[in-house]
Design a protein around this ligand. Structure first.
Ligand SMILES: Nc1nc2c(ncn2[C@@H]2O[C@H](COP(=O)(O)OP(=O)(O)OP(=O)(O)O)[C@@H](O)[C@H]2O)c(=O)[nH]1
Ligand SMILES: [Mg+2]
Length: 462
């Protein structure tokens, strides 16, 4: 799908949701134009694919922690199976559909639909685990149903996390999900709060999410705390859970402790039961509030991403590209000079020799032919060396910054004269445009604030 079509579809979808976001799409379009011009993106790519436009909540965690049970409860329908063995072996994307009864579609439906944040995921998976991406149906499925609690958002249930048996494909999808989600709930099981049982989960999920710039979108949930009733040791269990988390470097974060009333063990002690229920009701209400609020948070996130993409282009990518182009043109220039000097020297040498042998005109013609060949040779060499150094330079950035690497190749195409290639002819206009986008961002945020901040002064975006 070309960017043009994507802007159109996004606008169509968002017009019903939040009109402020319609103007935001125009600014994304501007940003894309800058990136196309400089060559960071190819004309068929767009920054709008780098973020999730559909609010997305993902539930991750250890197996049998109660993830599916929790989702069934939130939706108000038992659409996911639950059980004491490892039940889920794939990711299930739950979203709104017109049918009363849940309909299950294969993962391919997600892979092929650009509206979903899994568009082309099979390609991504293939990159890390060859061949696995083609089996996308084994990893993903889509369930749609008519439930108000999933209207305007996507909820993802995931297989129990067990790093030992995880394939690279699953790890890739997991980190993709964490990246794209507006809210991530990581479930733990109060029956095994000790570090050992959760080490892998902790390292992969917690360690990974920590690095994420939106660390505050992650909620840590200790589930099944009804199981602490027997020994009445809720505090101890929570403490050892948090100790395990802090061993992974997680000191701050939102920690909640809950259980599912229907699945819970019967608690005979009325006092304990009351205390646990109170804790659960309190924490669950906060979790639900965050879940209900994702569309508002998402609007802010989309705008913030626009800002950080622009800032990154202006402050990092453009200067890096300029440096790279300069270094490229220096290398080409000096190589040219050296070769030119060598050619000249051999010419002078030849000339002297010819002069010594005889002084007739045929040698002059020979010299002219030789000169012609050398000139052509030199130009061929020049173009070869241009593309060779461009390749080397772009290779340097391929790992860390694919966009810069793209732009180096784009700006060093053979028909672009050297002095133009390194003169950064696009810089001023582009930087102006980026500045324009960033000042628009401030306006958008104000507009959103006006929309959401109620007169009583509570700001739901916090
Ligand atoms: N005691 C108790 N049991 C629970 C609670 N929540 C879920 N369960 C039970 O725990 C088992 C696992 O629940 P699931 O919802 O299937 O867990 P899951 O995290 O989806 O598991 P996988 O999909 O296999 O990773 C089921 O038998 C549930 O009935 C709870 O709060 N307390
Ligand atoms: Mg499950």
């Amino acid at each position: 799908m070309m960017p043009q079509e994507r802007y159109y579809k996004l606008k169509d979808y968002l017009s019903a949701e939040n009109p402020v976001l319609l103007d935001v799409i125009d600014q994304y379009q501007e940003l894309d134009e800058v990136a196309h011009k400089i060559g960071f993106l190819t004309p068929k790519d767009t920054f709008t694919t780098n973020i999730s436009w559909w609010p997305m909540i993902s539930i991750l965690g250890t197996f049998s922690a109660g993830k599916s049970t929790f989702i069934n409860n939130y939706i108000g329908k038992a659409i996911q199976q639950s059980g004491n063995q490892a039940v889920d072996d794939k990711f299930t994307v739950v979203c709104y559909g017109e049918n009363e009864e849940p309909v299950t579609l294969p993962g391919l439906a997600l892979d092929a639909d650009p509206r979903f944040p899994f568009y082309n995921i099979s390609e991504e998976v293939n990159k890390v685990d060859e061949g696995e991406g083609d089996r996308v149906n084994m990893y993903l499925q889509l369930k749609t149903l008519k439930s108000p609690s999933v209207k305007g958002k996507i909820i993802i249930d995931s297989p129990g996390f067990d790093a030992d048996s995880q394939r690279d494909g699953i790890l890739k999808i997991t980190s993709h999900i964490v990246d794209m989600s507006d809210l991530v709930l990581i479930f733990f099981d109060a029956r095994h709060p000790e570090p050992g049982a959760m080490r892998d989960t902790l390292t992969h999920l917690v360690g990974g999410t920590l690095k994420h710039r939106d660390a505050n979108k992650v909620l840590y949930v200790l589930n099944q705390i009804d199981t602490t009733a027997q020994e009445d040791n809720l505090e101890t269990v929570i403490a050892s859970w948090q100790r395990a988390l802090s061993q992974e470097g997680l000191i701050t974060g939102d920690f909640y402790s809950i259980y599912d009333e229907e699945s819970a063990n019967i608690i005979n002690d009325v006092e304990i039961s009351k205390r646990l229920k109170q804790k659960k009701d309190n924490d669950l209400a906060k979790i639900i509030e965050r879940m209900d609020k994702v569309s508002i948070e998402r609007a802010y996130r989309i705008i913030k991403s626009l800002d950080s993409f622009s800032k990154d282009l202006k402050e990092k990518k453009i200067p890096t590209l300029q440096k790279a182009l300069k270094s490229w043109s220096n290398k080409v220039f000096w190589t040219d000079i050296v070769v030119l000097v060598l050619v000249m020297a051999s010419f002078i040498g030849l000339n002297i020799e010819f002069n010594l042998i005889d002084k007739i005109t045929s040698s002059k013609i020979m010299m002219m032919i030789a000169g012609g060949f050398s000139l052509v040779g030199f130009f061929l060499f020049h173009f070869k060396i241009r593309s060779f150094f461009a390749y080397l330079e772009s290779k340097k950035y391929e790992e860390d910054d694919k966009l810069v690497s793209n732009a180096i190749l784009h700006n060093t195409k053979w028909w672009i004269p050297m002095f133009l290639a390194k003169s950064n002819r696009w810089t001023h206009r582009s930087v102006d445009k980026l500045d324009g986008i960033m000042s628009q961002v401030k306006l958008f945020i104000q507009k959103l604030n006006d929309q959401f901040i109620s007169p009583s002064g509570t700001n739901p975006s916090k």
